[in-house]
Ligand binder design. Structure first.
Ligand SMILES: [Zn+2]
Length: 323
């Protein structure tokens, strides 16, 4: 198969998966959920609130207008109350939160054909799950040709999240699997603390969105690198240098241009460097995160790398006949 046929083959596979997931969701939502019957009547109002929210999450379809599931379902945790943080803890049936988290995760399959794993692991924080799902919804709305094969919560050594390059069903199409650390998914306090400290040290850019949301945006930057067959990685440093010379080369005749270039490039986050050396793979993902989260306030080298990332991904999508 040639590029164009390949690109469309992926779209067909994905759309079939979305259709299948929607049918399963409809079957799940159609009969009343009997699991809670026979439990104490005192719990019934809370149960009803949860169930209706869970069903609404399950029923969202890709073309549907309206708010994201997480935005309209703070009540998923606390009956119909308008106060998102009531004083009294809500009693829950065993496994209830795990089922809710799984349900929210399955929205990714229903809307984008993404396989999900590990969302039902006990103790996973529901707000973190919502951030993960919303970040992917937002990124795929902006970059719909990016192939995300799976999103899982699993053991990720030493990192908050990771992106892995994969190929699509034995054909030569690049795709990405993303994993979010179980350790951080079950400990939102640790997650916030570690991300805030990393921002204070200049390791990460300021991240105005939630820590899980920001982590997924970073991994999505890797997915775009893979989408462009990683051509941006080899070109990143020379591309930055060319831009610097074109823009500032005349300002410092006779001076050490290498030195002033490195100072300018040093506006990138600390995570873009490894032991003092430029690390193009992370620099590209960080640049993408900076531009996505901070817009015009992103640093100039980040904007330059973002554009390179877009150019390399779009060049592949064009070959595949997707744009
Ligand atoms: Zn990374």
């Amino acid at each position: 198969m040639h590029g164009k046929a390949l690109g469309k083959a992926w779209v067909e596979v994905r759309d079939r998966l979305i259709l299948l997931a929607k049918r399963v969701a409809e079957m799940r939502a159609a009969p009343p959920n009997r699991a809670g019957e026979g439990l104490r009547a005192a719990d019934s109002a809370i149960r009803a609130g949860d169930r209706s929210n869970a069903m609404r999450v399950a029923a969202v379809s890709p073309g549907e207008q309206g708010p994201h599931p997480h935005l309209d379902s703070p009540g998923a945790d606390f009956s119909q109350s308008s106060d998102p943080k009531p004083q009294l803890p809500v009693r829950r049936r065993p496994g209830e939160l795990e089922r809710l988290n799984e349900q929210i995760g399955k929205g990714l399959t229903e809307r984008h054909g993404i396989e999900v794993y590990g969302f039902g692991i006990p103790g996973v924080d529901t707000d973190t799950v919502r951030e993960i799902v919303t970040a992917l919804d937002d990124m795929l709305a902006k970059y719909p040709h990016t192939r995300i094969l799976s999103m899982e919560i699993s053991n990720v050594d030493g990192d908050i999240a990771r992106a892995f390059e994969d190929r699509l069903h034995n054909v030569d199409l690049k795709a990405t699997r993303i994993a979010f650390s179980t350790r951080y998914a079950t400990d939102p306090t640790l997650l916030s603390k570690n991300v805030s400290e990393a921002v204070q040290k200049g390791h990460f850019f300021p991240r105005p969105k939630g820590p899980a949301y920001s982590a997924i945006v970073h991994e999505f930057g890797h997915a775009l690198t893979y989408a462009g067959r990683s051509a941006a990685v080899d070109r990143a440093d020379s591309h930055l240098f060319d831009h610097y010379l074109r823009t500032y080369g005349h300002e410092n005749p006779g001076g050490d241009v290498g030195e002033s270039y490195r100072t300018w490039r040093g506006q990138l986050s600390g995570y873009s460097f490894w032991k003092g050396d430029f690390h193009p793979t992370e620099a590209l993902a960080e640049a993408f995160t900076d531009v996505e989260l901070n817009g015009d306030r992103a640093s100039e080298p980040a904007q330059v790398l973002y554009q390179l990332l877009m150019d390399t991904a779009e060049s592949e999508w064009r070959k595949e006949g997707l744009i």
